[in-house]
Design a binder for this molecule. Structure first.
Ligand code: COA
Length: 259
């Protein structure tokens, strides 16, 4: 898989997608979004890929949407354009496998919003996260006003959105924006370790668990519980369910086949 703006590496079932525009701190332009969308579709459909890590490498995650690309846009351009960012974020969020964002350095604006569409976020201790759009006279339009409050609550999200301030990794962990903080030189290793833990589980159960959480968040509790019940019931039609339970009773590790 060769792309103009991202690098994709596949190793032992774990795909690492690295944003690759270092000259502009990995600012996200339409080409990046199109490349990410294509990679999400391809990796999502490839059964040999069990978990996906999205990173910007060791220096910067992404300093936001490309301001140079937006500066002269009109309201008509923005409202009628096809918004490649929206498509990319949707395809990543709905990928039928776990996605981990491994964040080093700045994750700002669209970069922070990209991290928000991942299932889990790991931050290096040098990470700086924020939604500075308000300082540009706009608001976070890549899902930031919707996904951030759902993750950390509306009060804390509004403080970040209204101020445009950056927070460090420790503060991001304290408010639940990232799952874990690790030393910067161990970021990818830690992301990989987590990916391996997920990859050892059954692929269908992972997919259903992700669906149950994501779809459930859109529903009221009763509808969510019903949806969860459907996902739960379906898993009893899989070989992995039989294997998982048999392995437990036989006191041995389960060997899931994703069937
Ligand atoms: N869009 C386009 N280009 C960007 C960018 C963005 N979001 N963020 C950084 N860049 C470019 C800079 O213009 C600069 O290019 P140049 O070398 O041609 O001048 C290069 O990346 C390096 O950035 P610079 O500002 O010189 O680095 P810094 O270390 O002094 O500051 C930031 C880093 C992240 C604090 C600063 O670049 C910044 O505030 N970026 C914008 C963040 C933002 O508002 N994001 C939301 C966008 S909706």
């Amino acid at each position: 898989m060769v792309y103009e703006t991202i690098l994709v590496k596949l190793e032992e079932g774990i795909a690492t997608v690295t944003l690759n525009r270092p000259e502009v701190l990995n600012a996200l332009n339409n080409q990046v979004f199109n490349d990410l969308a294509d990679a999400a579709l391809t990796l999502g459909a490839d059964d040999s890929v069990r978990v996906v890590i999205i990173t910007g490498g060791s220096k910067v995650f992404a300093a936001g949407a490309d301001i140079g690309q937006m500066v002269s846009a009109t309201a008509v351009d923005v409202s009628t354009g096809d918004r490649p960012s929206r498509r990319a974020f949707h395809l990543i969020e709905t990928m039928p496998k776990p996605v981990i964002a491994a964040i080093s350095g700045y994750a700002l604006g669209g970069g922070c919003e990209l991290a928000l569409v991942a299932d889990v976020r790991i931050a290096a201790d040098n990470a700086q996260l924020g939604l500075p759009e308000i300082k540009l006279g706009i608001l976070p339009g890549g899902g930031g006003t919707q996904r951030l409050p759902r993750l950390i609550g509306s009060g804390r999200a509004k403080e970040l959105i209204f101020s445009g301030d950056f927070i460090n990794a420790e503060e991001a962990w304290r408010i639940g924006l990232v799952n874990k903080v690790v030393p910067a030189d161990q970021l990818l290793e830690e992301a990989y370790k987590m990916a391996k833990r997920f990859a050892a589980r059954g692929a269908i159960a992972l997919n259903m668990a992700k669906l149950a959480v994501n779809e459930g968040l859109r529903m009221d509790l009763e509808a969510g519980l019903q949806y969860e019940h459907k996902c739960f019931s379906l898993l009893f039609a899989t070989e992995d369910q039989k294997e998982g339970m048999k392995a437990f009773l036989e006191k041995r590790p389960a060997k899931f086949q994703g069937k």
